[in-house]
Structure formats: structure tokens, C-alpha cells
Write a protein that binds this ligand. Structure first.
Ligand SMILES: Nc1ncnc2c1ncn2[C@@H]1O[C@H](COP(=O)(O)OP(=O)(O)OP(=O)(O)O)[C@@H](O)[C@H]1O
Ligand SMILES: [Mg+2]
Length: 236
């Protein structure tokens, strides 16, 4: 249960309309200038659709262009492999980590621990770093420990509430299997963006769509995505 003050504080954040420019080429103009600050945004997509590259671009641009601090929690790959893969596309996190603009939290290293302790670790990392932005890559891996849809829903709601109170702009990736649709998380969170691979004759291409974004007159179309070296969204 939230106290009255906590409820009030939560509502103040819910009503925020200030935007965080993603700096991702072609994206901000589709969503009224950026992601609403303090909101919880989901980025869903199949394997290899660019979720990690998208999230990394957001964090990198926020640090470089806006001097904003981020915590990047990686759960499907180790921090070392994440740093290395991003470096190979020209996103070098090491200097940003040295200047305390980015903290990489390796949740993969504590795999198997209780869900609650992973969450406490995450929230403490955001607090310690005084982070403006949190990336959870991926929420799907974090939620693996949930045994029933009810547990999952309760858990996502409680995480949502904690993050809102911390006023941290959050991007969580969601891994979708083939023909799988995003679940209860989509209803609870403030926005849902989708990355999809599709077959154009004999080759895969990637497309992007904003499925929902609270308080935003957003594009309702598919857009093309170029993943590397720099993520770019353009007309489909
Ligand atoms: N160094 C690189 N050079 C060229 N292309 C790359 C490089 N790194 C990644 N890619 C391409 O970008 C795609 C998306 O990578 P990314 O890791 O962001 O996907 P993802 O959605 O996070 O995948 P996963 O579901 O495995 O987490 C890869 O499938 C690959 O095609
Ligand atoms: Mg990934």
C-alpha cells in the first residue's frame, strides 16, 4: 500500500510531459520529441532485432549529448560481452563508465538469485549512481523466475511503482519468440515499441513501430530500421 504522500508523488510523475531526446536518428520526430521522462518504456522484439543496439544508442546519446547518467542492467549477456559487442559497432562505454556517466550492472553474474534481490540490486544501483535513465536488458530474463501470470503481473506492477517513485526514465527490453505477442507488461507500462525482422524476398530486414505511448501523438506506421553502425529509423 502506498501512503498518501507517495500516491501524490506518483501522480506528479505520472503527469510529467517533459521529454528525453533519444538522439536516435529518425525516432524523436515520431514521438513528439522524445520519450516522456520518468515513464516506463518497453521495447519488444524477436532475437537479433536490435533491442540491445537501440538501448545502447539511447544511453550513449544521453551521456554524450545531454550529460545524463544511466544504469544499464544486462541480464542476457555478461557485461564484458555487452561492452565488446557494442564497441564493435562504435559504441565505446569504457570512457563513459570512467566518468561515471554509465554504470553497467551485470545481472547475468547473479543469475539464479531471488527475483527480489535482483530488483533490490537494480534499484540500489539507480540510487547510488543518481541515474536519470535505467535500461533493463531484458525484462524477460528478469521475469523468468515468475511461475504464474498472476505473479508476473504483480511483480511488474510493483517494479513499475518503485521506478515511478524514483523518477527514473526506464527502457526495458522484452524478448519475443516467433509469433509470440507481448503479455501483461504491455498494459502496465507507459509505452510499447516493437522491433521486427521480416523477410523481403530472400533477406531479412528490420522494421519498427510504436504500439502505444501514453500522452503522445505517435506514428502508427511501420518504419525501416538500419541497425549498424548507427541505429537509424526511416520511412518504410
Ligand atoms: N558488430 C556488428 N556488425 C554488424 N552487425 C552487427 C554487429 N553487432 C550486431 N549486429 C547486427 O545487429 C543485430 C541486432 O543486434 P542486437 O544485439 O541489438 O539484437 P537484440 O535484439 O538485442 O538480440 P537478442 O535477442 O539476442 O538480445 C544482430 O542480429 C546483427 O545482425
Ligand atoms: Mg540483446
Amino acid at each position: 500500500m502506498l501512503s498518501r504522500d507517495e500516491e501524490r508523488e506518483l501522480m506528479a510523475v505520472v503527469e510529467s510531459t517533459e521529454r528525453l531526446k533519444t538522439g536516435i536518428e529518425g525516432l524523436d520526430e515520431l514521438i513528439e520529441g522524445g520519450l516522456i521522462k520518468g515513464d516506463i518504456h518497453l521495447l519488444a522484439g524477436g532475437p537479433g532485432t536490435g533491442k540491445t543496439i537501440f538501448a545502447s544508442n539511447l544511453v550513449y546519446n544521453a551521456a554524450k549529448d545531454l550529460a545524463l547518467k544511466s544504469v544499464y542492467a544486462t541480464f542476457e549477456e555478461s557485461a564484458e560481452s555487452f561492452r565488446q559487442n557494442m564497441k564493435s559497432i562504435g559504441i565505446s562505454f569504457a570512457p563513459l563508465e570512467s566518468s561515471n556517466l554509465v554504470s553497467i550492472v551485470d545481472l547475468d553474474a547473479v543469475r539464479g538469485k531471488e527475483l527480489e534481490s535482483n530488483i533490490s540490486l537494480l534499484l540500489a544501483a539507480v540510487k547510488d549512481a543518481r541515474a536519470n535513465i535505467l535500461v533493463v536488458d531484458s525484462l524477460t530474463a528478469l521475469l523468468l523466475a515468475c511461475e504464474t501470470p498472476f505473479e508476473l503481473r504483480t511483480f511488474v506492477k510493483s517494479l513499475y511503482r518503485s521506478l515511478k517513485q524514483m523518477k527514473v526514465t526506464t527502457l526495458m527490453t522484452v524478448s519475443l519468440g516467433q509469433n509470440e505477442r507481448i503479455g501483461a507488461e504491455a498494459f502496465i507500462c507507459d509505452s510499447v515499441m516493437l522491433l521486427e525482422n521480416w523477410l523481403d524476398e530472400d533477406r531479412f530486414k528490420t522494421r519498427f513501430m510504436v504500439l502505444k505511448m501514453r500522452g503522445t501523438e505517435h506514428s502508427r506506421k511501420y518504419h525501416s530500421v538500419i541497425l549498424t553502425p548507427k541505429l537509424k529509423i526511416s520511412n518504410y
